[in-house]
Design a protein. Structure first.
Length: 309
């Protein structure tokens, strides 16, 4: 992919290393520009539509912020109950409708493959903001941007991904974008929530070292960065299974102090109990900076798919 113009953003594996380098560069440019001014005019006259069929705080608001900082406008479908979805309209028809009003669509939906379904129905770019337990590529790019900023480089890193690796779309997408950088992964999960085998095998095939374990102490003590995730309660059909694994991994200040070295902690948020609030003042706790980076990276992606970068 030489240019993102007119393209959909659906999956972490669609980006080459060169694409990622360009996205980082453009994001960085916007971060610098926003230090000088509150808003730009690059996307003046363009409209973003957000279609969220699942809860969201950061993803939707940072996309809307990104569009407005670029001078564009935003339309938002709002609660599912107040739209024609409540009358049984299909996702494809909703997307076709919205494509008459907007220049780019951001969609979040509980079904794996839903963003592709919406993208296939329309000619304007569709951005996947989370399709069930599938992918969340824009989160992956903002995570990667954050890792590079916090650690200075993406080369030869040891990264522990912790928690619900089975259902977590953020980790499914993140490993794809990190796979270009020779990362050494620790996949830390209880056996019920292991990373899907197909993803683990693909990472190994791409030359990444992967160690699967349920031992967080071991993995954290060997890693430069720990990426915590929430156990995705809404993906369990049997809540008694959730009860078995909830609270599997919790890090607190005492845990970090025992490691005797500073590590970086990321989390896509929201957190439930997996990061104790006493970690927030730890110097390596980067999850609040991480969510701010979402604005710069989403500005870059919007500008690029609309052909302005
Ligand atoms: C994540 C998501 O929705 O997948 N949140 C986010 O986009 N920042 C993670 C989660 O809900 O656990």
């Amino acid at each position: 992919m030489v240019s993102l113009k007119g393209k959909d953003i659906l999956h972490g594996n669609q980006f080459s290393k060169r694409d990622i380098d360009i996205i980082i560069k453009v994001s960085n440019g916007f971060e610098k520009e926003l230090k000088k001014k509150d808003s730009l005019t690059l996307l003046k006259g363009k409209i973003l539509a957000t279609l969220f069929f699942e809860p969201s705080t950061r993803t939707r608001l940072s996309f809307e912020t990104a569009m407005q900082r670029l001078g564009g406008g935003v339309i938002c479908m709002g609660a599912v109950e107040s739209s024609s979805v409540a009358k049984g309209e299909t996702l494809s028809d909703t997307a076709r409708t919205v494509a008459q009003y907007a220049d780019v669509i951001v969609v979040r939906h509980p079904r794996v493959g839903s963003a592709k379904e919406a993208a296939d129905a329309v000619d304007i770019p569709v951005i996947n903001a989370g399709d069930g337990a599938g992918q969340h590529p824009t989160q992956a790019l903002l995570d990667l941007y954050t890792i590079r900023k916090e650690l200075g480089s993406l080369k030869n890193l040891k990264i522990a991904l912790v928690g619900d690796l089975k259902n977590g779309r953020t980790v499914h997408a993140l490993v794809e974008v990190l796979s270009h950088f020779g990362v050494h992964f620790y996949f830390v999960a209880p056996s019920l929530l292991r990373m899907p085998e197909e993803i683990t095998e693909r990472m190994k095939g791409k030359g990444c070292e992967v160690i699967e374990t349920d031992d967080l102490v071991m993995a954290a003590s060997k890693s430069d960065l720990v990426y915590m995730t929430r156990i995705q309660k809404e993906r369990f059909s049997d809540l008694s299974e959730y009860e078995k694994v909830k609270g599997s991994y919790i890090i607190d200040r005492e845990f970090l102090d025992r490691l005797k070295k500073k590590i970086t902690i990321l989390h896509p948020l929201p957190r439930v109990d997996e990061i104790n609030p006493d970690v927030d003042s730890y110097p390596g706790a980067a999850y609040f900076r991480q969510m701010r980076n979402g604005v710069f990276v989403r500005m870059a992606l919007l500008a690029m798919v609309l052909g302005k970068k």
